[in-house]
Write a protein that binds this ligand. Structure first.
Ligand SMILES: Cc1ncc(COP(=O)(O)O)c(C=O)c1O
Length: 345
């Protein structure tokens, strides 16, 4: 019941247990091209989506190194462990970082970002969902701030994509990053990146040196049904099955509604308050009584009830419990988890 990696559908496990197919065969190339044609529907974009063999953080770095240049000024929304991650990536790349410090558990006020923005601001780096606190940041409003400017809105959608509505084009997102182990219900190991037309223009101007993360070259290969280097074949085959489920058999709207319903069922049943404002549908972050003891509760939940969840990270490590609503699970699983937590109180 963790907010990632999430329980996977059995058919995903079966793909990983099957024999290898060579990535340069015509058969595989057809599957890959189909996946490239479907993935943008989850991002809700007309743009290409890259499939990168790296965990989510690799996708974040690929988005930065592809579109920005050393010394560029960026605004980082830092309201948790993953806002901090954006800042660390940005510092490591030699960007000039302005941090918007947001209290852990709060969503950023768009005006806090607007106050720091100027003609020199090259990008805003923010999470759609800050997994460490359970907050959904106001991405649509940040998109409105950036739309008529040169500033790129770069969104880490790792705990949001394929879990709730995050329409890249409609909300004016310029770089959107996803990860395989959350809403996509796959093992950890892939990230996905899509760049708007505005970000593609910045890609041409980007002065960062890169080789593997040269997305311009990658796109040319992708359009002919290939990746430049060896493709993680099983990941792509399994992704194809998940995309069929989300887009054809279930439908994205129904899938999003199912995850929201799970969150509601859980929140209605559990006898603990939410830690955050503006909760994301993809996970629930609960404040434990007295502000400590989350680690012990997590341990007892596993030992007494065989339910695996996570506690907090960093400064709120022992203060919160986090329960995911993504992946192969049912509303009954959510209710069982809530009841087990209640029994420990
Ligand atoms: C919002 C968010 N961003 C980034 C990451 C980092 O992804 P990874 O650990 O896959 O590199 C995670 C992982 O949980 C996440 O939840």
């Amino acid at each position: 019941m963790a907010p990632g990696p999430v329980p996977m559908p059995p058919y995903v496990g079966e793909v990983f247990a099957s024999c290898n197919i060579h990535h340069r065969t015509k058969e595989f190339s057809e599957v890959l091209s189909r996946v490239f044609s479907q993935l943008p529907q989850v991002f809700q974009t007309e743009q290409h989506c890259y499939i990168l063999p790296a965990t989510g953080t690799g996708g974040m770095e690929a988005a930065v190194v592809s579109t920005l240049s050393p010394g560029d000024e960026v605004i980082v929304v830092d309201g948790g462990k993953f806002g901090e991650r954006w800042a660390k990536v940005a510092y490591a790349m030699g960007l000039s970082v302005k941090r918007v410090e947001v209290e852990w558990g709060a969503a950023v006020e768009p005006s806090m970002v607007e106050d720091l923005m100027g003609p020199q601001t090259k990008a805003i780096l923010v999470q759609a969902c800050e997994t460490s606190t359970g907050v959904a940041h106001p991405i649509e409003a940040l998109g409105t701030l950036c739309r008529s400017t040169e500033t790129l809105l770069m969104v880490d959608g790792i705990t949001a994509l394929a879990a709730y509505d995050l329409p890249m084009d409609a909300w004016g997102i310029d770089a959107l990053v996803g990860g395989s182990q959350k809403g996509f219900m796959l093992p950890t190991g892939l990230s996905f990146v899509s760049l708007s037309e505005k970000a593609e223009k910045s890609m041409i101007a980007s002065q960062f040196k890169k080789y593997y993360w040269d997305l311009k070259a990658e796109k040319a290969a992708n359009l002919s049904g290939k990746t430049r280097y060896s493709t993680p074949v099983q990941f792509v085959l399994a992704l194809g099955l998940v995309l069929d489920e989300l887009l054809i058999y279930e439908g994205l709207d129904k899938h999003f509604a199912k995850i929201s319903r799970r969150a509601q069922v859980f929140r209605d049943a559990v006898n603990l308050p939410l830690f955050c404002q503006s909760p994301s549908p993809s996970l629930t972050c609960l404040a434990v009584p007295g502000g400590s003891g989350a680690g012990e509760m997590k341990k007892r939940l596993f030992e007494d009830f065989a339910i695996s969840i996570v506690a907090g990270q960093d400064r709120i490590q022992d203060k919160v419990l986090r329960i995911g609503h993504m992946g192969q699970m049912t509303e009954a699983d959510q209710l069982d988890t809530a009841k087990a937590i209640n029994a420990l109180l």
